[in-house]
Design a protein. Structure first.
Length: 281
C-alpha cells in the first residue's frame, strides 16, 4: 500500500495486487465509500493471476485527504489523483474500472490529458461523466439520499438515510454480509456532510472524452437489471457517443461485482484480453 501525494498536496491512499507484468486495471469506487469496497475482488486468485489490480480512495473518501474547499474537488484534481496513482505504480495506459460515481473519473482524465491515457473503460453500474444520467430528477439518490446526507442540522436523519443508502445498494440487502454493511455505513459516516456536498457538486466538461474517445475507446458496461440507476438509459446514452461498446446485464442491484462476482469477473477478464490481444479472440 502507499500514500501518494497528488499535485495539490492532497494525500491519496492506494494499493495494488497481482503482477505488474499483467494488464493493469485501476478500480475507482463510488460515492461515500472507499477502495476497500473491492476487497473480495482484490483477494480473488482469478483476478490476481490475470491482472495487475490497482485501487485508491478518491479524495474526500476513506484514507485519502479530505479538503474542505470547492476548488479541491474540481475536475482537474480528480485527473491529477488518477495520474499520480498510475505513475506511482509504474503502469502505462491502464484500464479504468469505475463503479457508480467512480466512472466519471474517465471524463476528468480526458479533460486534463486527452486520449491515450487509458486503454479501455469498464462501467460498473456507472456512466462516464456526471450529469442528468447519474443525477436524474426522479432518482432516489437525487431526491432522497443526497439532501439528507449532505445536511448538517439533523444527525438522526443523516444516520438513518446513510443506513438506508447502503441497504439500497444491492437488490437484496441481505446480499451484503453484516460486516460489509457496517463497514460501508462507517465509511460514509467518516465523511463530513460538507465534503460530501462538495464532492457531489463537482462539475465536468465531457467534450474531450466525447470528441477524442468516441471512435476508439473500448467500453464495457456491466449493469444490474434491478439497479436504481436505469441501465437502459445508460446504454442508450453511451451508445450515442462511443463506437465500441459491449454491455452485460446481470440480475443484481448497484453492486454487480459483489452480487454477481463470477460473471462480472469473466466479463472484465474477457474485455481486457480482447482489447490487449484482439487477434487472439
Amino acid at each position: 500500500m502507499a500514500v501518494i501525494v497528488s499535485r495539490d498536496g492532497t494525500e491519496i491512499y492506494a494499493d495494488a495486487a497481482g503482477s505488474p507484468a499483467r494488464p493493469a486495471v485501476v478500480f475507482v469506487h463510488g460515492f461515500s465509500l472507499a477502495a476497500s469496497a473491492f476487497d473480495a475482488l482484490f483477494a480473488d486468485p482469478g483476478y490476481r493471476d490475470s491482472l495487475y489490480l490497482i485501487r485508491y480512495d478518491l479524495r474526500g473518501h476513506g484514507r485519502s485527504g479530505k479538503p474542505q474547499h470547492a476548488e479541491a474537488y474540481s475536475s482537474v484534481r480528480f485527473a491529477e489523483d488518477f495520474d499520480a496513482v498510475v505513475r506511482a505504480f509504474g503502469v502505462d495506459r491502464p484500464f479504468l474500472a469505475g463503479w457508480s460515481l467512480g466512472g466519471p473519473v474517465a471524463a476528468d482524465v480526458y479533460a486534463a490529458y486527452g486520449h491515450g491515457r487509458i486503454a479501455g473503460l469498464v462501467l460498473l453500474a456507472s456512466f462516464p461523466w456526471v450529469g442528468p444520467v447519474l443525477f436524474g430528477p426522479h432518482s432516489p439518490f437525487t431526491t432522497v439520499y443526497c439532501p439528507a446526507i449532505t445536511q448538517d442540522t439533523d444527525v438522526t436523519l443523516a444516520l438513518a438515510t446513510t443506513a438506508a443508502f447502503v441497504d439500497g445498494i444491492t437488490k437484496d440487502p441481505n446480499a451484503l454480509h453484516f460486516s460489509t454493511r457496517m463497514a460501508w455505513t462507517g465509511l460514509s459516516v467518516l465523511i463530513s456532510p460538507a465534503v460530501k456536498a462538495l464532492f457531489l457538486a463537482r462539475t465536468q466538461d465531457p467534450a474531450r472524452l466525447i470528441a477524442e474517445g468516441a471512435p476508439d475507446l473500448p467500453v464495457l458496461i456491466i449493469h444490474g437489471t434491478a439497479d436504481g440507476l436505469d441501465g437502459h438509459i445508460v446504454e442508450k446514452e453511451v451508445r450515442k457517443v462511443f463506437a465500441n461498446v459491449t454491455i452485460r446485464w446481470l440480475d443484481t442491484g448497484h453492486t454487480p461485482f459483489l452480487e454477481a462476482f463470477e460473471p462480472t469477473r469473466s466479463e472484465i477478464l474477457r474485455f481486457v484480453r480482447t482489447v490487449v490481444s484482439p487477434t487472439n479472440q
